[in-house]
Design a protein around this ligand. Structure first.
Ligand code: IMP
Ligand code: MG
Length: 176
């Protein structure tokens, strides 16, 4: 068995242009409010670090880790969040994540941040797969909406590989 990229969905240039638009929109909407960006490890790390450089106002950067118990490709609704010692009480938090798929991860992250005293929580995902939603959740800022295909690159992985691809592509698992 091996994997290969069968199709490029978004090039590095297309992603950079969209991230710049999101950064400009976030800058307009948060102007005057102290903003804390919470990148979600590992998948959201690439998007998060690009995004903060397109936000033209002071931001505080923090990372959290979210993992779901599942088979590695499908979120099962049981999400474990590690706040890595960060304190979000009294903060306006913008979560930067790679993709919103079933919605379980983003719903749990938002709920936990509010439970920990965040003043406001908004979700920003570079990709959205709305057709796969299992729980009513939506991101406040979305880069691109995609069909139900398993994608990698720009932080997204398959079995911990491909996160470093500068583009987003569809990965296919092939029988040798
Ligand atoms: P959720 O299903 O919305 O909870 O998404 C949870 C996580 O599943 C995301 O943060 C990704 O790490 C992973 N995921 C969902 N769809 C894909 C995909 O197409 N490629 C790679 N990872 C994915
Ligand atoms: Mg993830």
């Amino acid at each position: 068995m091996h994997t290969e990229i069968s199709k490029v969905l978004f090039t590095a240039e297309q992603i950079a242009a969209r991230v710049a638009e999101l950064g400009a929109q976030i800058t307009r909407e948060y102007r005057g409010k102290p903003l804390t960006v919470a990148g979600v490890l590992c998948g959201g790390s690439v998007f998060c670090t690009d995004l903060i450089r397109k936000i033209d106002m002071p931001v505080t950067l923090m990372f959290i880790r979210a993992s779901s118990y599942g088979d590695g490709t499908v979120s099962q609704g049981s999400v474990k969040i590690d706040f890595l010692g960060a304190d979000f009480a009294g903060k306006h938090v913008l979560v930067a994540e790679d993709i919103i798929d079933t919605g379980y991860t983003m719903a749990a992250v938002k709920k936990e941040l509010l439970a920990r005293g965040a003043l406001s929580v908004k979700l920003c995902c570079i990709l959205d797969k709305p057709s796969r939603r299992k729980i009513e959740t939506s991101a406040d800022y979305i880069g691109f909406t995609i069909p139900d295909e398993f994608v990698v690159g720009y932080g997204l992985d398959y079995a911990d590989m491909y996160r470093n691809l500068p583009y987003v592509g569809v990965v296919e698992i092939k029988e040798d």
